[in-house]
Ligand binder design. Sequence first.
Ligand SMILES: *Cc1c(COP(=O)(O)O)cnc(C)c1O
Length: 381
Amino acid sequence: MKFATKAIHAGVEPDPSTGAIMTPIFQTSTYVQASPGKHKGYEYARTQNPTRNVLQNALAALENGRYGFCFSSGMGAIDTIIKLLQPGDEVVATNDLYGGTYRIFTKVFERYGIKFHFIDMSNADNVQQYVNEKTKMIWVETPTNPLLNIIDIKKVGKIAKQHQALLVVDNTFATPYNQTPLDLGAAIVVHSVTKYLSGHSDVVMGAIVVNDDQLAQQIGFLQNSCGATPGPQDCFLALRGIKTLPIRMKAHAKNAKKVAKFLKKHAKVERVYYPGFASHPNHEIAAKQMATYGGMISFTLKDDNVTTAIRVMEKLHLFALAESLGGVESLVGHPATMTHASIPKEERERNGLKDSLIRLSVGIEDVEDLIADLAQALEIV
Ligand SMILES: *Cc1c(COP(=O)(O)O)cnc(C)c1O
């Protein structure tokens, strides 16, 4: 099956008891057993829920994986993956990471004796020098958040394999519409389903997809043991969102390209971070590993300071000032004071995250209206 067909059909069968074409919301905490241990495959809803099962299978199919697991948030999924490790293990991670991921690594898991190295992976060879016999995991986000760096998944995958480390790819920004990391050497794909996969800013959810049987067993065990599972209503909403993922992603990418071009020409804009430009340092890798360049753009102002950036954002009408991304409506955020405020200023600056950096999640509105909104807001600079 090709991607758009999978988005609508994969894992979804009419309900066997009624023929309902849409997966019912099984709003139940438990299931009646005919006699102890004699049941229909469902015992307790933290462990199994039919609505969640359908979503898990659909997500696995989209990522070209065999096993899907859903969580009550992207952070719940990330938490579960790190729990595969032992004290003393090491992780080599992208330096330009989602702020919450950086926070759980440094503020939670370092306390349990796991060591994290945050490095620039825009040149994949950099990874080599941080890998040693304790390295059990390599953690990649691509495109990165918020600098839209691109990391060569295939190259990092080879290094991971050489050292028998698991390559984890956070595929939230790209989505499986743009890239399927399991096909490029990743062992684990993780998502904040909250973003593009759900796509309508009405669900908080996470997911993991893997191919390996043993890994699937361990993750299933942790999912049930730690208990960060989503409710059936949210699973239904995510299933509904996924059906339009291909057409939404196409529209996001088309609009983002036009908005990026507009910003690049603008006299008040210093730099536009967008992998679709030939001038982007890893444009060729993006062209090779992604179907489109996605819907995310960041830019800095010539007047590089927090106050000016905030004034521009306050002046925007269509781009709503809010955390998150990937919904049909356009959003604007200021990483230094919002999503990445949990990363210390020195660390932010070392990673090239400037004070005036503004991040756009370009929605699927008419692009002329989005550009007009940016044009009027940039007038105040
Ligand atoms: C939002 C996000 C997360 C965390 O997901 P939640 O659903 O908010 O818990 C992880 N990684 C990336 C890249 C994200 O954008």
